[in-house]
Design a protein around this ligand. Structure first.
Ligand code: BGC
Length: 341
């Protein structure tokens, strides 16, 4: 009986010690790996700036050291798969991934699951089946439908309040669309919903053409040049899936010396620094703010919680996996608010 008592005492002491050791194991240093699809993307670049600022804040707030290892995949999913494997090998506690091909995350998920390293995907949204394939996968982004609807609303309101925007007076709106990458969730949804919102406001839309310009300013200009050669001043509205391509369209009008009075209405999405400036100086009628501050902050909050092995019970987390922030309407009268952010 004595022996049994002594044995259980030892057991209790051992369990207690193990418990303490567990508590002591609270990490004082974590490493986050981050990989972006392309280092030259304007919006993603600015999102990363917010991310890095939020990392500094998180270090102060949590009293821990946070290392960040950053990579860019130059538009190749194969390169990105290798980069993520490498980040995991280097001991990252969590990786944040801006997929190149949002339909092909399988290698990354497999590598992460094998090493039990959680993944926070961002900006380029994977399909639900992939996100659901392991419980340590998350997504941080924005509500794409919202962006298309708001862009359409800006244009519809302008047309419904100013008849002169219908330049040829035919009672219809002649539109061209500059689209982001084929297959990107934002490009697909924005292209469709910007136009349908305008139509739902009672305006007949005559869509002259859509051109894919892959989110890029230079490609936006090239595609705009081609459409301008073809349709000239028939174009009344340029609906762009992002600010950079809208700025490319503006570059083309500038290079042809076409004055503001003879230009169509041009609208973008993102509210990048250059996009907001264009709204302020009136070359762009409006933009739709893609909330990089909230997205960057949420990525860091989530990544830190996961790296520390905490339950990420953040208020914005939907179904335990998604964080999607709303967009905001930006026009000349409220642009200063966004320039200050
Ligand atoms: C942004 C684009 C950006 C793309 C990259 C979109 O949400 O609006 O500007 O190029 O994400 O994935």
């Amino acid at each position: 009986m004595k022996k049994l008592l002594a044995l259980s005492l030892v057991l209790v002491v051992l369990l207690f010690a193990a418990g303490c050791a567990g508590a002591e194991e609270e990490k004082s240093e974590i490493t986050i790996g981050v990989v972006v699809y392309d280092e030259f993307d304007t919006f993603v670049g600015q999102l990363m700036d917010v991310f890095m600022d939020s990392v500094s804040d998180a270090m102060a707030k949590n009293g821990i050291k946070i290392n960040v290892i950053r990579q860019a995949s130059a538009g190749s999913q194969i390169t990105q798969n290798d980069q993520v494997e490498e980040l995991i090998k280097k001991g990252c506690d969590v990786v944040c991934v801006n997929l190149v091909d949002r339909t092909d995350p399988s290698m990354i998920i497999e590598a992460a699951r094998d090493a039990d390293v959680p993944v926070v995907f961002f900006n380029r949204e994977l399909v639900i089946q992939d996100l659901d394939s392991w419980d340590k996968l998350y997504y941080v982004g924005a509500d794409a439908y919202d962006s298309g609807n708001i862009e359409g609303q800006i244009v519809a309101d302008a047309f419904n309040s100013d008849e002169s925007l219908d330049k040829n007076g035919d009672g219809q709106m002649q539109v061209v669309v500059l689209e982001g990458e084929a297959g990107h969730q934002d490009a697909i949804i924005r292209s469709e919903y910007s136009v349908s919102t305008i139509m739902n406001s009672g305006i007949t839309v005559d869509k002259l053409e859509s051109a894919i310009a892959n989110w890029k300013r230079a490609e936006g200009q090239t595609k705009m040049a081609r459409m301008l050669d073809k349709y000239g001043d028939e174009i009344e509205v340029v609906l762009s899936n992002n600010d950079d391509m809208a700025l490319g369209a503006i570059d083309e009008y500038d290079s042809r010396g076409i004055t503001m009075d003879d230009r169509p209405v041009i609208v973008g999405i993102d509210g990048t620094d250059v996009g907001l400036e264009a709204v302020q100086n009136g070359t762009m009628l409006g933009t739709v703010y893609n909330d990089k501050e909230k997205q960057g902050q949420a990525m860091v909050d989530l990544a830190v919680a996961l790296a520390l092995g905490q339950d990420p019970d953040m208020p914005d987390l939907v179904d335990g996996k998604y964080i999607r922030f709303p967009y905001a309407r930006v026009e000349r009268d409220n642009v200063s608010q966004f320039l200050e952010r």
